[in-house]
Ligand binder design. Structure first.
Ligand code: ATP
Ligand code: MG
Length: 150
């Protein structure tokens, strides 16, 4: 139950978000189901939300949408109002140990979070897309296949 997974992760992160005065807006229409390893899928989503908080701005927001599209796909969208990623660096962010210029040195991290996200989603035949604009924010869009025979 991906809806429950997302709600659980939201509950784990909401206090951390509050300390940076970041609002998390959850938009979950109904319960949606996918096949997958719950622990790993949870880790992947948590890593994305961790980034969305870390690279956000004070009084910023995070919008999490979980919905089903007309193609029987489940779309999880995580949008933040943070610092964004330069276009020419978007292709690299899923590489191990990559961090967009170390000059943004106020942020801590090892650059492993997104490589794990990519590895987990690849194992689940699931694609992830990134849209970003510097100083405006970043959106990660994950497309899961729905379980239809429940
Ligand atoms: P770790 O996740 O291992 O603690 P990290 O967060 O720096 O470290 P990743 O999660 O792999 O590493 O992300 C790689 C880099 O991509 C980040 O260092 C950051 O430069 C950039 N990045 C990732 N997510 C975002 C985001 N939501 N907004 C802006 N930049 C981002
Ligand atoms: Mg990270």
């Amino acid at each position: 139950n991906l809806s429950n997974i997302v709600k659980k992760i939201y509950n784990l992160f909401k206090d951390y978000a509050q300390t940076k005065k970041i609002d998390i807006i959850l938009n979950i229409q109904e319960d949606v189901y996918i096949y997958g390893n719950e622990k790993y899928i949870s880790r992947a989503i948590a890593n994305l939300i961790d980034n969305a908080i870390k690279f956000n701005k004070e009084n910023g927001y995070i919008k999490i949408d979980l919905l089903e599209n007309d193609n029987k796909e489940i779309i999880l969208k995580i949008e933040d109002s943070g610092i964004g990623i330069p276009q020419e660096k978007i292709d690299k962010i899923f590489e191990k140990f990559y961090r967009v210029d170390e000059s943004r040195g106020i942020y801590t991290g090892s650059g492993l979070g997104l490589s794990l996200v990519k590895a987990i989603l690849t194992q689940h035949d699931t694609k992830i897309e990134v849209l970003s604009e510097e100083n405006i924010g970043t959106t990660f869009i994950i497309t899961f296949q729905k379980i239809t025979n429940l």
